[in-house]
Every structure is written in structure tokens, then in C-alpha cells.
Design a binder for this molecule. Structure first.
Ligand SMILES: [Zn+2]
Length: 137
């Protein structure tokens, strides 16, 4: 086979072989499985409630999550409104009085020891429950 014949045979060949496609599909499945495990799998340690501190003081006993078929709880705090739905909590959009609305942009928290912090209002919202992570602060 001459050099130009080799080039021609490569040009005529299929860009992907069937084994390449299987390999890529397997790789994509592995990446998706890892993402699911990291982000969407149910937490191994269930959350027991939501603890709210304002200026270091506990506002009230930890709030319990509503059941999946119940309405989300809206809890007005000093400076923002906390929404607690089944398995997650977040700061209601447009409710906070802080200048940068960073606490609203923190989104939903779902796992033990995750926190939403609003520094201007001195509010720390934390999910309580057993965790395999060490809580700092
Ligand atoms: Zn805030």
C-alpha cells in the first residue's frame, strides 16, 4: 500500500467505530452516575430540622420539615423570609433586606450542616441532623 492509498483508505473509513461509540456511551453513563451520587442521591443522614440563629442566638426550637404533601412553611424573620418545604429550605426571592441578596442566591439547602448565611441581618440558617462531615463554625 502506497502512502496515498493509505490516506485514501483512512478517508473512506468511518470516523467512529462501533467500539468507540460503546466506549463513549459507557464513559457518559459513568459521569452521570457520579453526578447523581454527588448531587442528587438522597442524603445518607436525614435532616431532622432547620435551626435559625440571629446574632448568635437561637431564634426558636428547630423547625421540622413539612411532609411532602403539605404546603411549604414561610417563616418571616428579621430581614428576610425563610421558606421550608419538604426536604429543603431557602430564602424567599425578593424577601431579604440585605444589599447584595447573597442569601437568596445561595439557593436550596438539603443536607445536614449545610447553611444559608445572611451577614447583614446576622442570620445563620442551618440544617440539623447527623452528618459525616465536621461542622465548622
Ligand atoms: Zn441576605
Amino acid at each position: 500500500m502506497t502512502k496515498s492509498e493509505k490516506i485514501e483508505s483512512i478517508k473512506k473509513g468511518k470516523p467512529f467505530r462501533l467500539t468507540d461509540i460503546f466506549f463513549l456511551a459507557g464513559l457518559a453513563a459513568a459521569v452521570l452516575a457520579l453526578c447523581w451520587w454527588v448531587y442528587w442521591s438522597p442524603p445518607a443522614y436525614p435532616v431532622q430540622g432547620v435551626e435559625v440563629r440571629q446574632n448568635g442566638k437561637l431564634v426558636e426550637r428547630p423547625y421540622a420539615f413539612p411532609k411532602p404533601d403539605e404546603e411549604p412553611l414561610e417563616i418571616p424573620l428579621q430581614g428576610l423570609t425563610l421558606v421550608i418545604e419538604s426536604g429543603a429550605c431557602y430564602v424567599k426571592k425578593g424577601s431579604s433586606t440585605c444589599p447584595d441578596h447573597a442569601c437568596e442566591r445561595m439557593g436550596k439547602i438539603t443536607r445536614p450542616n449545610q447553611k444559608i448565611v445572611c451577614i447583614p441581618n446576622g442570620i445563620v440558617i442551618r440544617l440539623v441532623g447527623e452528618s459525616n462531615f465536621i461542622s465548622i463554625g
